[in-house]
Design a protein around this ligand. Structure first.
Ligand SMILES: [Zn+2]
Length: 403
């Protein structure tokens, strides 16, 4: 059993999803015969600060060196980033410096660059930083830590705002992150982070968003505790729909800003609904065992009836689901994904080929298991022709349904 990443108390294991390869380590054809590395995928709860976290942590250098997730491939995400940038722009003055941690291909920062803000991306994956730079978004290929933060601040100046979407929960050393953040920020600057919200994850049974890249599963309670340890404070927060339900939170140095009552409202909501209590999590673990049974039985039945089933979307979370439920090529012939970075690769562990979506029209499978369920509306809209020719969709969570 490990120690809590925020308060160092003992964490209590409540969920085991078995051993899985890293969820983004898609394989090239010539790698199919090599032995993949598997790591335990277990989650635990801290009774002191209510932080949910992985028990076995894989080093981020191993995970993010060569990454295949590219933001701009989703229209939902592009729209979301536009909305986020507009909200931030309301809080900063013209010509401000905007930095982004884990800036990916620069999709979010482009919204600021277009309006003449100074932008700087900080992206640990060399292949993705290169895409961003080619897109005209100035991006440094570094891991953010205190050392690199000092160099960045010296060379490029400090930031009025630092943004991190879907990155906060990925960094095992949260205290190191906050020390680096304080170096990057001007004294009156602030940071905005957005991460999946644990209330949504648990309520909607989004167990598949648990994978080694996501070390932490956040609530306001542990965040408040964490920032307090660094002389910082949460001054605003809101829930957003992205990635199955996220929390967007704003932090600055202590006593610099009026604290929005949203913070206390969310804290009360978490408490009232039992999210500060381990029994909620042990119940969740039982629900997931049931979900596994329901989905595998549904797929088994459809196969026995002679249906051809394929997957739609090859997100990292899909690999948690496939590996945990042991769904392989005997169930899914292949998976299609819009991202050409994933096409012609194979899923880690289950070794299912990932192909271009055009394959669906020539091939006409009977069912599509939507692994990228957070973009289900977008996918169903896009695949009208598949539905018109009689194809059906299976949405796996919170309860498997056929539409
Ligand atoms: Zn803790």
């Amino acid at each position: 059993m490990g120690k809590c990443g925020v308060c160092s108390s003992e964490i209590i294991k409540f969920l085991s999803l078995g051993r899985t390869p890293l969820a983004n380590s898609f394989l090239k054809k010539e790698e199919l015969s090599k032995n993949e590395e598997y790591y335990p995928l277990d989650a635990g709860f801290c009774q002191k600060c209510a932080l949910v976290q992985l028990i076995y942590v894989v080093s981020p250098e191993k995970i993010f060196k060569n990454y295949v997730y590219v933001s701009s491939t989703s229209s939902t995400l592009r729209a979301h980033f536009k909305e986020l940038s507009e909200k931030i722009i309301k809080r900063i003055s013209k010509g401000s410096t905007v930095m982004e941690i884990g800036s990916n291909d620069g999709t979010l920062l482009k919204n600021f660059a277009r309006k003449q803000y100074n932008v700087l991306g900080i992206e640990p994956s060399s292949n993705i930083a290169e895409i961003a730079n080619n897109n005209g978004v100035k991006t440094l290929n570094v891991f953010l830590n205190e050392n690199s933060a000092k160099k960045i601040a010296k060379k490029y100046g400090k930031a009025d705002v630092v943004i991190g979407t879907n990155v906060f929960a990925h960094i095992p050393d949260l205290h190191g992150l906050l020390r680096a953040l304080k170096i990057l920020l001007k004294p009156n600057g602030f940071a905005v982070f957005e991460s999946p919200y644990l209330i949504d994850l648990i309520s909607k049974k989004e167990f598949d968003t648990i994978y080694h890249e996501h070390v932490y599963y956040l609530l306001i309670k542990p965040l408040k505790y964490l920032f307090g340890m660094h002389g910082m404070e949460l001054f605003d927060a809101e829930r957003t729909k992205i990635h199955g339900g996220s929390i967007r939170f704003y932090i600055g140095m202590k006593n610099k800003r009026k604290i929005n009552r949203n913070i206390n409202d969310l804290l009360e909501l978490e408490k009232k609904k039992g999210f500060h209590d381990i029994s909620t999590y042990t119940r969740f673990a039982k629900d997931i065992i049931r979900l596994k049974k329901e989905l595998t039985q549904l797929l088994g039945k459809l196969k026995r009836e002679g249906n051809k089933i394929c997957g739609f979307g090859a997100p990292a979370k899909g690999n948690t689901l496939l590996n945990y439920m042991k769904i392989g090529r005997s169930t899914l012939d292949y998976i299609v994904d819009n991202s050409h970075y994933k096409q012609n690769l194979f899923t880690p562990g289950t070794k299912i080929p990932v192909l271009h979506p055009s394959r669906l029209l020539s091939d006409k499978p009977d069912y599509l298991l939507i692994l990228a369920w957070n973009f289900a509306d977008e996918i169903i809209e896009e695949q009208k022709e598949f539905a018109r020719s009689g194809g059906k969709f299976i949405i796996p969570i919170p309860k498997p349904i056929v539409v």
